[in-house]
Design a binder for this molecule. Structure first.
Ligand code: B1M
Length: 213
């Protein structure tokens, strides 16, 4: 299994789409848990791409291609994740968005996939989503949980803007808000008045579940 995971990571790092898809199928065929493939295969490879990019060892076109391969592999893994024994049937709404100005959506998509496995009815607004749209969706889906992803330090303030706008729209406390993304911390979540922060997609799903109670 470790060798197959290593093959998957290597294929993403060398922008070998066919190799990555093959390695993903092989892992699924071998019965490896979809969560492990998502976290230890796909996500770890993107973290390594990020490290190389920062050090000047990788360039933007490679990052774009790697992100596309990530999504293609995720398309194969997600349906298996949905049919895994972990899926519970509930139908509480979870509105999900990457905030305005931010085009990073791989992490948000993982949060959506994990949230579906614990039974949330996920309404994914996509990326670069303006605050007004988030408030409108929260109003339509209320009572609900709103999940806001931000990957750039420059777009984190949009999470605060959304929390403030939901508050001003009078939608609290029926709308709970969780935040996440690489630069986001628990401290930031507390500072902006969010109900919670999760460091990864699986914890985000668990956090959302805990907020239902
Ligand atoms: Co960009 N990028 N990027 N990028 N990118 C980062 C984030 C960066 C850290 C890279 C670096 O420094 N070398 C840096 C941000 C620096 C900063 O702000 N401090 C950066 C930059 C600077 C930029 C541009 C400005 C580059 C440029 O154009 N000059 C530009 C901005 C575009 C924009 O958004 N307006 C840009 C563009 C891009 C691409 C489009 C090429 C591509 C995104 C493709 C896509 O998403 N469809 C991209 C990528 C791929 C990255 C890195 C390499 C990888 C991000 C990723 O997808 N990781 C990233 C480096 C890094 O993060 N180390 C980087 C895999 C993904 C599964 O993890 O999204 O972190 P992540 O999600 C995690 C957790 O954060 C968490 O769960 C997931 C794990 O389970 N999580 C949540 C995420 N959302 C959550 C929500 C929750 C809870 C948990 O609750 C709601």
């Amino acid at each position: 299994m470790d060798e197959n995971l290593a093959n998957l990571r290597r294929a993403i790092l060398t922008q070998d789409e066919d190799g990555a898809l093959r390695a993903t199928r092989r892992l699924l065929d071998a019965g490896v848990a979809p969560r492990v493939i998502l976290e230890s295969g796909l996500t770890d490879a993107m973290l390594e791409i990020g490290r190389r990019w920062r050090c000047g060892e990788a360039f933007l076109p490679e990052v774009i291609v790697a992100a596309k391969i990530f999504s293609r592999c995720n398309e194969i893994v997600e349906p298996v994740l949905m049919t895994s024994g972990e899926t519970v049937h509930r139908s509480h709404p979870l509105v999900l968005a990457t905030v305005k100005g931010d085009l990073h959506d791989l992490g948000k998509n993982l949060v959506g996939a994990m949230a579906k496995t614990v039974g949330f009815n996920v309404r994914d607004l996509g990326k670069d989503v303006p605050v007004d749209e988030i408030v409108a969706a929260a109003r339509e889906s209320s009572p609900c949980i709103v999940g806001l992803s931000a990957l750039l330090t420059t777009t984190m303030p949009q999470q605060k803007a959304a929390v403030d706008a939901i508050e001003q729209a009078g939608l609290r406390p029926d709308v709970k808000i969780i935040v996440g993304g690489a630069p986001v911390t628990q401290e930031w979540a507390d500072q902006i008045g969010a109900d919670g922060y999760a460091p990864d997609a699986a914890s985000a799903a668990e956090l959302a579940l805990s907020l239902l109670n």
